[in-house]
Write a protein that binds this ligand. Structure first.
Ligand code: DC
Length: 231
């Protein structure tokens, strides 16, 4: 299968935190010469912005009125290298810290925040040939995506992967703390009122608890070839 044999489809990858959605989506994009879009990065950028503006109190209360007002002129975007920026400032590193991870789920329950992010995502993905990962891409953002994958893995496997990722970046990572953050996010993400994390009825489930990246690539390329390769 060559990249020119694949039509300009949209691939939506949803699933729980730290299931490796973004690494998988990036590899697929590279392999098929598609664009990759990380929707979680936009929620993280809005969260970083809210933290920096002091809209989230130490107790976790959110000044939603101020945040909603600022969203009207907030400039969050991806630069040419695909890095997340707030008003021209690259925030790719800062949005991955535990400080942001700890607050991103409550921020992403705010309907206006979801509308803001969804609008950006739909603009970025309007021409197809994209792989997008998140929680509600196949259910809400692109319900007509031609291929939907729902990723899951054992929580302990996910926590170990996330901790290793953080340590590789020189960050402190306590496995119990990472696991607790992950379970809390799973809960909030799947129980929020607007666009909760759910598997789209037409999504294919991928449990990668004991799969390597190469195993996952073999699985997905085979699926794509069977379903979409032009004969
Ligand atoms: O994929 P991630 O861990 O970077 O996402 C961060 C948070 O953003 C996640 O806890 C929930 C939220 N999110 C969401 O609500 N909807 C999406 N499409 C993507 C992320």
């Amino acid at each position: 299968m060559t990249t020119s044999e694949i039509p300009a489809i949209t691939i939506a990858i949803d699933g729980y935190s730290s299931t490796g959605k973004s690494s998988f989506a990036k590899r697929i994009a590279r392999e098929l010469d598609f664009h990759y879009l990380d929707s979680g990065a936009l929620y993280r950028a809005v969260t970083l912005y809210a933290l920096e503006k002091g809209y989230i109190s130490p107790e976790g209360n959110i000044d939603t009125a101020s945040l909603e007002r600022d969203l009207q002129s907030l400039d969050v975007h991806f630069d040419e290298q695909g890095r997340t920026c707030i008003a021209g400032r690259c925030v790719e590193q800062e949005i991955r810290t535990l400080r942001v991870s700890g607050k991103v789920s409550p921020i992403s329950t705010i309907p206006q925040v979801r509308d803001y992010v969804n609008r950006l995502l739909r603009i970025c993905g309007k021409d197809g040939r994209i792989v997008m990962d998140g929680r509600d891409i196949g259910t809400t953002v692109f319900p007509n995506a031609e291929l939907k994958i729902f990723m899951t893995a054992d929580p302990m496997v996910r926590a170990s992967r996330r901790a290793a990722e953080m340590q590789a970046k020189g960050e402190k990572a306590d496995i119990d703390e990472v696991l607790a953050n992950l379970k809390e996010r799973d809960y909030i993400d799947s129980h929020r009122e607007v666009s909760p994390l759910t598997q789209a009825p037409d999504a294919v489930v991928l449990d990668n608890s004991s799969m390597t990246m190469d195993d996952q690539m073999e699985w997905v390329l085979d699926l794509i070839e069977k379903r979409f390769a032009k004969k």
